[in-house]
Design a protein. Structure first.
Lengths: 114, 144
């Protein structure tokens, strides 16, 4: 998974309002007015948040201008989990190498003492 | 929000394990996943609270592929604790990722406890977080 793509996803997820929007969409599709309800912010501000989420591929928006509903896309969220798994694998390999390194150092120390 | 949690026992005293992270000569000898190296001349470490840890991982097969790391050492207790934060830049701004390393002595061996995060993970996790923050906003609004 390309890092820049994930950066866009995480940038989108970094904002609490956008996460709340995703949480609302997890319960079902909604239009801008419905999404704006829990927040003390304007409709244009909600629209800007939706645009960020759409660019990250986290939501899809219907073309119907009258009732422009948004729906949640789950795939990028699974990529985000994959991102963390990438780090886990990174540390697993890294700590294996640390283990080998420490064994070398201990051997060297023993050889110096004898 | 979720974090990565790993723990591992090393058959070495914790002074040695700790040194492996803060001594530039040591770090360059082991750091990086398989297929990557950290050239000694890229490593700069100022091992004190408020100091820094900077280095570059270079791909062995294609040295043009590099991955720089630059962390601020926010907490540091020799042989016990290392906390580093790194600013991750995204098109929408920056956020801070924290790496916490604890070195525990276990009869001459060392238990390393590693935490790194935050990582947003499941829809459920974000839902909880998102709703909590919107409830907080709502509370503030109602309290006016």
């Amino acid at each position: 998974v390309a890092t820049d793509r994930l950066s866009v996803i995480f940038a989108a997820l970094a904002d609490p309002t956008r996460r709340a929007i995703l949480a609302r969409l997890a319960e079902g599709d909604a239009n801008v007015t419905e999404l704006a309800e829990p927040f003390a912010i304007s409709l244009p501000a909600i629209s800007r948040h939706l645009k960020v989420l759409e660019q990250a591929g986290l939501i899809a928006r219907s073309r119907n201008a009258q009732w422009r509903s948004s729906s949640l896309r789950a795939a990028p969220l699974r990529e985000a989990t994959a991102w963390m798994e990438g780090y886990r694998q990174f540390w697993d390999e890294n700590l294996n190498r640390l283990d080998a390194h420490l064994k070398r150092r201990l051997r060297e120390q023993e050889e110096q003492q004898t | 929000m979720s974090e990565l949690f790993l723990t591992r026992i090393f058959e070495a005293p914790r002074e040695l394990v700790y040194q492996a992270f803060v001594d530039p000569d040591q770090l360059s000898q082991w750091f990086g996943p398989v297929g990557w190296s950290v050239p000694r001349d890229t490593v700069q470490i100022d091992a004190r609270p408020g100091g820094y840890q900077r280095f570059v991982m270079v791909n062995d097969a294609d040295p043009a592929m590099t991955s720089p790391a630059s962390g601020v050492l926010t907490e540091l207790i020799p042989n016990e604790l290392l906390v580093a934060t790194e600013e991750v830049t995204t098109p929408d701004g920056t956020y801070t990722m924290t790496l916490r390393l604890e070195f525990h002595d276990e009869d001459g061996k060392t238990r390393l406890v590693l935490r790194q995060g935050p990582f947003d993970d499941t829809v459920e996790g974000q839902a909880r977080e998102g709703w909590m923050s919107s409830f907080t906003k709502l509370d503030a609004l109602l309290a006016r």
